[in-house]
Design a protein around this ligand. Structure first.
Ligand code: F6P
Length: 504
């Protein structure tokens, strides 16, 4: 299917021409109810689309394009565990990872297996948190160093940080091959009370394998008398590779091969989250994601958050030619969200051929970037307000910063709203007198407000599930496979060739 052949595509091209000269400020002037009309909520999230370059007709046309792209059937296939990843002949059933025994989408056999493995790793996390897991010298393990990269790092690291400081065990992360990363994670760690947790779906990613070897050398050098077996654990879909390294099978936690790396934090890959914050918080994380899954499965497309956000992305990429998008979380705890979304969206949608292997005739993934607010106001907002082009933003806010310094968190949220208004209205919002050109801010620069009710595990789970499904919606319209990543293989092959040539 070529989306540009669809009549719905041509309706949107007409909408773009119709909106070309209309300013966001005019859209508000013409519709006093605009904010209410373009605000939607689900699963402790609320989304305000009103500061976008859309009108009701455009939103209807975008939903019509989603429907014409057979989104509903493909969504149901995804949620039912159908083989949606054709090049690897696999499902992409990450939603099953957050299923409950009564979940209607997941067959009982798979549900039972996934819940049993979840129970295994959560029990291990709780034993560590209770100080009941000892190292070789009988001392309780108090520091956990998670060694993984890409999807085996970004999601777990984001959520572990987002849910606040962890008491003992202290959970640290190391991903980069640059020794400085693992050195920092091992700094001041006591080898007698440290657990090395290797997280790797393939258990063959060079960075992770080399960092694990380096961490074992660190253990040997610092405590030669220690049997490393008591200081090792692993998460992988290749358990034999982990046990072949001498890791105790009782400390090898697995997940199915049909879980994509960038969709895997809900599996045992999230063990670091459970160690840092406990099984209750991990359960809340899964419940928040499951609530968003149910919304995605059942809500009419017209009020379906992942559909609306995904189609808005299609609108800007394919009808306005905007090849970038930014995410600005006004929350220090969500500082890793842009990096996480870069992998989720650019590794899922950064494709040049469709699912039949034919070259795309339209643009697919935009460049995703971001910075936390309010810091971004002192680095990139000059560009966003007065640059020659415009960049659609997701501004992510926490409605209720429970417990924090209310004065500064209220100012933080006021700042977020002020920036969104300034981008939309430009200097029209501060008065009617014309500004000299070097001061003029044209406005008409779109942003979407994504509000979490509060910064807790349930809201974070819903937020990340929403972005997972937003990504899937776009893959359906662009007719690309969101779940493979062949582009990363060429680098691995060249590295192998170079190291063979160098005899490394
Ligand atoms: O970037 C390629 C990739 O395969 C990601 O999809 C994955 O999350 C990462 O490398 C790490 O892979 P693994 O979990 O197998 O070590």
């Amino acid at each position: 299917m070529t989306p540009t052949d669809l009549p719905e595509w041509h309706v949107l091209a007409q909408r773009r021409r119709a909106l070309e000269q209309i300013h966001i400020a005019d859209l508000f002037d013409d519709d006093p109810q605009r904010t209410e009309r373009f605000s939607f909520e689900a699963a402790s999230l609320s989304v305000d689309l009103s500061r976008n370059r859309i009108d009701s007709g455009t939103l209807r046309a975008l939903v019509a394009l989603a429907r014409a792209s057979n989104l509903e059937k493909q969504r149901d296939d995804l949620l039912a565990g159908a083989v949606v990843n054709a090049t690897e002949a696999r499902p992409a059933w990450h939603t099953a990872l957050r299923s409950t025994p009564t979940d209607p989408f997941v067959d009982p056999a798979w549900g039972a297996r996934l819940q049993a493995e979840r129970e295994r790793f959560l029990q291990f996390a709780e034993q560590l948190r209770a100080g009941h897991v000892a190292g070789a010298t009988g001392l309780a393990l108090e520091t956990v160093v998670c060694i993984g990269i890409g999807g085996s790092d970004l999601g777990p690291r984001l959520v572990t940080e987002a849910l606040g400081p962890a008491r003992r065990p202290c959970v640290r992360f190391a991903a980069n091959l640059d020794p400085a990363d693992l050195d920092a994670a091992l700094a001041e760690a006591n080898p007698h009370t440290t657990l090395l947790l290797a997280i790797s779906k393939s258990f063959s990613t060079l960075e992770t394998v080399e960092n694990l070897k380096a961490a074992l050398r660190w253990l040997k050098q610092r405590a030669p008398e220690l049997d490393p077996k008591s200081h090792l654990a692993a998460v992988t879909s290749q358990p034999d590779r982990a046990t072949a390294l001498g890791i105790d099978p009782a400390r090898v936690f697995t997940f199915p091969e049909w879980v994509g790396g960038r969709y895997s934090l809900w599996s045992a890959c999230g063990l670091g989250i459970a160690i840092a914050h406990g099984r209750k918080a991990f359960g809340e994380l899964l419940a928040g994601a499951a609530a968003l899954d149910a919304h995605f499965a059942k809500a009419p497309l017209e009020s379906n958050l992942p559909v609306l956000l995904g189609m808005l992305g299609v609108w800007y990429v394919n009808f306005w030619g905007i090849k970038t998008r930014a995410v600005v979380p006004y929350s220090q705890a969500l500082q890793r969200l842009p990096a996480y979304l870069q992998q989720l969206e650019m590794e899922s949608l950064g494709k040049r051929v469709d699912r039949a292997g034919a070259p795309l005739s339209i643009d697919s993934a935009p460049v995703v970037w971001g910075e936390i607010g309010s810091n971004a106001q002192h680095s990139v907002f000059q560009f966003l307000h007065q640059g020659t082009g415009w960049v659609p933003l997701d501004i992510v806010m926490i409605a209720d910063h429970e417990g924090g310094d209310q004065h500064r968190t209220q100012l933080l949220n006021e700042f977020a709203l002020a920036q969104a208004d300034a981008l939309a209205w430009g200097d029209r919002i501060v008065g009617d007198e014309p500004q000299p050109s070097h001061r003029a801010a044209p406005g008409n620069r779109p942003s979407t407000l994504v509000r979490l009710a509060r910064l807790d595990a349930r809201s974070v789970g819903a937020l990340l599930a929403m972005y997972e499904h937003r990504t899937f919606v776009q893959s359906v319209v662009w007719n690309v496979n969101a779940f493979d990543q062949w582009g990363v293989e060429i680098g691995k092959q060249l590295l192998a060739r170079r190291t063979r040539a160098a005899g490394a």
